[in-house]
Ligand binder design. Structure first.
Ligand code: ZN
Length: 206
C-alpha cells in the first residue's frame, strides 16, 4: 500500500542513528502530509550542504566552503585561540561536545577514527603526517587528547602520547568523569569541562 517513492524515503530516514522503521515512517508521512514547507526547505538545505559544506583543511572540523574553494573553520580562523594548545578528538561530534563545555581555549584536530586493533584499524590509517605538520606549523606545545573513555580511545591516546612526545609536545588526557565506554557527545557540559581542566599527563615508556 505504500508507494515506492515513499518507501524509499522511509528507508533513507531509517538509516539515521536512533531512527527505527516506525519512526522513519512517521517522519516520512509528516514530511509529505503536514508539509508547511518543511520538505521543500529540507530538500534545498540538503542539496546546498553537499556543495557548501566541507571539512576544514587544518583541523577536520565542518565548515563552509569559501568562494575561492578553500575550507577553513571559524575556530582555526579565531585569533583569540591559543595556537600552542591543541585538543585532539576522534570525531566532529566530540569537537562540538568539548566546545560546548567552554573549557577549551585552544584549537582542535579531528582524527576521523580511532585506533582499533579488533576492527583492523592501525596507526597507518590515522592522519599522523597531517597532525605532525599541524603541530610544527602552529608551534603546538600542549596536546589534550579528548578521545572517548573506551578501549579504542585509550589505545589512541597512548599512541598519540608516544608519537607526539617525540616532537617535544606535552600530551595530556582528559580526566575520568566521562563514564567508561561513554560518548563525549552525551556527557554534560560541566562533567566534560571538569574532565578537561582535570587532565593528566600520559606517561609513556620510552
Ligand atoms: Zn579548523
Amino acid at each position: 500500500v505504500i508507494p515506492d517513492r515513499l518507501r524509499r524515503l522511509i528507508q533513507l530516514l531509517s538509516r539515521l542513528p536512533g531512527v527505527g522503521e516506525k519512526t522513519a515512517q512517521r517522519y516520512a508521512l509528516y514530511l509529505v502530509t503536514e508539509a508547511s514547507g518543511l520538505a521543500a526547505d529540507l530538500a534545498v538545505e540538503l542539496a546546498e550542504l553537499g556543495k557548501r559544506l566541507g571539512t576544514c583543511e587544518r583541523c577536520g572540523n565542518l565548515a563552509e566552503v569559501r568562494d575561492d574553494g578553500s575550507v577553513v573553520c571559524e575556530i582555526c580562523l579565531d585569533r583569540r585561540r591559543d595556537p600552542a594548545l591543541l585538543c585532539i578528538v576522534g570525531r566532529v561530534q566530540d569537537l562540538f561536545a568539548v566546545e560546548r563545555s567552554g573549557a577549551m581555549r585552544g584549537r582542535y584536530f579531528v582524527l576521523g577514527r580511532l585506533l582499533s586493533p579488533l576492527d583492523g584499524i592501525g596507526p597507518e590509517d590515522l592522519p599522523l603526517d597531517r597532525l605532525r605538520a599541524r603541530v610544527r606549523a602552529d608551534g603546538v606545545k600542549e596536546v589534550i587528547v579528548a578521545t572517548p573513555p573506551s578501549v579504542d580511545g585509550e589505545a589512541t591516546a597512548l599512541w598519540l602520547a608516544r608519537e607526539l612526545g617525540r616532537e617535544g609536545v606535552a600530551v595530556s588526557r582528559i580526566a575520568s568523569g566521562v563514564p567508561h565506554g561513554g560518548d563525549l557527545e552525551f556527557s554534560d557540559q560541566i562533567t566534560l569541562g571538569r574532565a578537561i581542566s582535570g587532565r593528566r599527563n600520559i606517561d609513556t615508556p620510552r
